[in-house]
Structures are given as structure tokens and as C-alpha cells.
Design a protein around this ligand. Structure first.
Ligand code: GLU
Length: 430
């Protein structure tokens, strides 16, 4: 099987045919700028020493310092981190935040670690990475199985190493430690704004639209909550253990309340603190992807919709809240079938957009009210959704290719601003 990074790079050539970008620049984007692998020693609670493997990749920094989350997961690999860093470059360009792409990860299973072990792991990772990251170099953030508390520890460790308060080194921090209001739910909220834009274009009657959400972590919970609030029917959700389905639709706040109290996903309706079980089928993650729904939201991990199961997918619209949930071969099948995929680099860009807001607030030492964060996020998401949609119609391509074209035009402009071959050959004239 081709690696994730190779799969990611494949999308470039297709988009480059339509984008205003030099072929040398496209070639450059196929190779990450720098890669660092470290060993992360951690003293465990029983006194033993465990050595974990950690990575950080800077993909491209033409438009600004590299930016992207840190993932704690048993399946983390260098190939995966490279692909995730690559996607960040294009994600930042799609939404026009002035960053390049980066990503990090530690191979570990945080579910098997105590809270203190996670803290030591987080601090140890930063000790190894202290010279590779920085507020104007490379700015991490949360990703799968990392959260605000971990970002807080990491910021504290970095600040200690540098002997000064450095909040802008990392985003997604707790609010009292320099985090931004509205960052916590920004990824899901950004995806939600995309769906609302599409609902306007398609004239949807929201209560007729059945939605299935795979993954009930931060992003999955948020989009399910906001869509439910806006009148959509959330008929299925799942977490890593499996899912629940009921065509009538769930009361999403109850599911969230119960999941966060018990750590288990259960079909319930809650009245205050009393939750009662409601009717639902128990389904696997694989079955969720194949449900007869209108909108499918993969909000978990990569490689979920593949050449093997794409023929079972029945949704008309896919909203990629996860990074890389659809493989390139599945993409082509979906496009030919008329399925609209709102691609990851647009649909889940709300997270990095509010990370950018957090970074600017840290740099200024001036903090914004929640309404400003949400208004600016909404206007950025709506503007870029419309721009990508236009490119899609103009070039008659799928929406992912359109998002890459849109991003590559911006990266191309930044490269050109430094002078093209024509500029130098013509003695300073374009
Ligand atoms: N990990 C998130 C992503 O994949 C957020 C990155 C960030 O905020 O820098 O987009």
C-alpha cells in the first residue's frame, strides 16, 4: 500500500495543472523542509524508564512559521506526521492564515498512561524539541488525543527552558494560560459553517437532512451539537468502540453529557442529571460509513473511506473533519458518482484559524471577546468556502482539487513575490 505521504502528494500534480504556480515550486512542495525524530524518555509511575519515539516535521514555511498539532497515538509514524504536515501547509493557505505547515506526534497510547505520566511525556517531548519549535519558527497545537491541558504543560516547559513567558509558542492552551476563547470548539464549528453555506446553496430543509458522524471527540461532538441545534437530524454517531443509529435522530446534548460523564457512548435522553436509554441500533464504525444518510462526517482518523468500502457509501455529501479520511482512489469514485466532498483542508480549517487568532492575541497581549472570535471565524470560513466553490465550478473539478488550486495560487503568489525567473532575467521587470 502506498504511504500516506505519497497519497497526499498525489493530489498536487492534479491541482497544479490549474493553479498559477511554478513547476519548481510544486516540486519543492513534494519534499518536507525538515524532519526531526527524537527519543522521549519518561519516568513512569512505577519508577521504570520508558523511551517513546517523537516526531516533528516542518513541511513548508513560505507563507509564515510552520503550524500544526501534536498527536499522541499508538499508530503515529513518520510517514503519517509528514502527510499531516503537508496537509497543514495547504490548510493554512486555503484559509489565508499566514502560516506554513508542520505537525508532530508521539508513538504512545495515552489511554494506558496516568495523568502524571502524560504530563512528564508532554514536558519531555518539548525538551527534545525546544530548538525546533518557537513562536516565529514552528507553533504546535492539539491534535488527536492531545488537549488544552497538555498544551499548557508544553507552553510552561518551553517558557522554563527559555526563562521567559512564551505563550505564542503553542496554541489551543487553557484560557487562563493565554488560550483564546472559542478555540476549543473551533474545528467542529468551522465544519459546521461549511455545512450551513452548503445548506443555503442547496436550499435544504434542515429537518430532512440525516447526518452521521464518525468520531465523537472534540470535533465530532461540536459539529453534531451545532448541526442538531440548527435543526439537522443526527441519526448516527460513533467513537472508537462503535456507534449508535436511530433514523428519528438523537438529542445530541444528552449524548455528549453522558459520554463525558461515563466515557461511553450510549443512546440516551437526559433530563437534568437523569439520563434514560432510548431506542437505537448498535453499529460498527464500518456500518456507520455505509448508512443511508445525506451527510457523512468522518471526524476520527485517516484512511476511513477507501477503495474497498467506497461503493457502500450512500451519503450525498461528505464533510471531512478528520485529516485525510478519504483515500485518493475513493475520491475519484465519489466524484464520478456526484458525491460532494468538502475536503479536510477546508472543512477542518476552523481549528488552525482560531489558533492563528490565539497566536495574534498572545503576541499583542490583548484578548478578544468570544463574539469577535466566532464572527471572524465565520466570515473567514464562509469567504473561503465560497472561493473554493467558485474554483470548483470554474475548473469543473472536485472540491478537494479546487481547494488545492486555491491554496496553491496563494503559495505561488508568495513565491513569486520573491522574484521569478522572468523578473530576474528581465532586469527587474515582470
Ligand atoms: N491539529 C489541528 C489540525 O489538524 C489544529 C492545528 C493548529 O491549530 O495548529 O488542523
Amino acid at each position: 500500500m502506498a504511504g500516506l505521504f505519497d497519497g497526499a502528494v498525489k493530489r498536487l500534480d492534479k491541482a497544479a495543472e490549474h493553479a498559477k504556480i511554478d513547476s519548481e515550486a510544486v516540486e519543492r512542495l513534494k519534499h518536507p523542509k525538515a524532519t526531526l525524530e527524537v527519543s522521549v524518555p519518561v519516568r513512569m509511575d512505577d519508577g521504570s524508564l520508558s523511551i517513546f519515539t517523537g516526531y516533528r516535521v516542518h513541511h513548508d514555511n513560505t507563507r509564515g512559521p510552520t503550524k500544526g498539532g501534536i498527536r499522541f497515538h499508538p499508530q503515529v509514524s513518520l510517514d503519517e506526521v509528514k502527510a499531516l504536515a503537508f496537509w497543514m501547509t495547504f490548510k493554512c493557505a486555503v484559509t489565508n492564515v499566514p502560516f506554513g505547515g508542520g505537525k508532530g506526534g508521539v508513538v504512545c497510547n495515552p489511554k494506558e498512561l496516568s495523568h502524571l505520566e502524560v504530563e512528564r511525556l508532554s514536558r519531555s517531548y518539548i525538551q527534545q524539541m525546544a530548538d525546533f519549535i518557537g513562536p516565529d519558527v514552528d507553533i504546535p497545537a492539539p491534535d488527536v488525543y492531545t488537549n488544552a491541558r497538555i498544551m499548557g504543560w508544553m507552553m510552561d516547559e518551553y517558557s522554563k527552558i527559555h526563562r521567559r513567558y512564551q505563550p505564542a509558542v503553542i496554541t489551543g492552551k487553557p484560557i487562563p494560560l493565554g488560550g483564546s476563547l472559542g478555540r476549543e470548539d473551533a474545528t467542529g464549528r468551522g465544519g459546521y459553517y461549511c455545512v450551513e453555506e452548503l445548506a443555503k446553496l442547496r436550499g435544504w430543509n434542515r429537518s430532512d437532512i440525516r447526518v452521521a458522524v464518525q468520531g465523537f471527540g472534540n470535533a465530532g461532538q461540536t459539529i453534531a451539537r451545532l448541526l442538531h441545534q440548527s435543526g439537522f437530524r443526527i441519526v448516527a454517531v460513533s467513537d472508537s468502540q462503535g456507534g449508535i443509529h436511530n433514523d428519528v435522530g438523537f438529542d445530541v446534548p444528552s449524548l455528549i453529557q453522558n459520554k463525558n460523564e461515563t466515557r461511553h457512548l450510549k443512546a440516551v435522553y437526559c433530563n437534568g442529571s437523569v439520563c434514560e436509554e432510548v431506542d437505537a441500533d448498535t453499529i460498527t464504525n464500518e456500518q456507520l460509513l455505509a448508512l443511508d444518510v445525506d451527510v457523512l462526517v468522518p471526524a476520527a482518523l485517516e484512511d476511513q473511506i477507501t477503495g474497498d468500502n467506497v461503493d457502500d457509501v450512500k451519503a450525498d455529501v461528505i464533510v471531512e473533519l478528520a485529516n485525510g479520511p478519504t483515500t485518493p482512489d475513493a475520491d475519484d469514485v465519489l466524484f464520478n458518482r456526484g458525491v460532494l466532498t468538502i475536503p479536510d483542508i477546508l472543512a477542518n480549517a476552523g481549528g488552525v484559524t482560531v489558533s492563528y487568532f490565539e497566536w495574534t492575541q498572545n503576541k499583542q497581549g490583548y484578548y478578544w471577546p468570544l463574539e469577535s472570535v466566532q464572527q471572524r471565524l465565520q466570515s473567514m470560513m464562509s469567504r473561503e468556502f465560497a472561493a473554493v466553490y467558485d474554483v470548483m465550478e470554474q475548473h469543473k473539478v472536485d472540491m478537494r482539487t479546487a481547494a488545492y488550486i486555491h491554496a496553491m495560487n496563494r503559495i505561488g503568489e508568495a513565491i513569486e513575490a520573491q522574484g521569478t525567473k522572468r523578473y530576474f532575467a528581465n532586469g527587474g521587470h515582470e
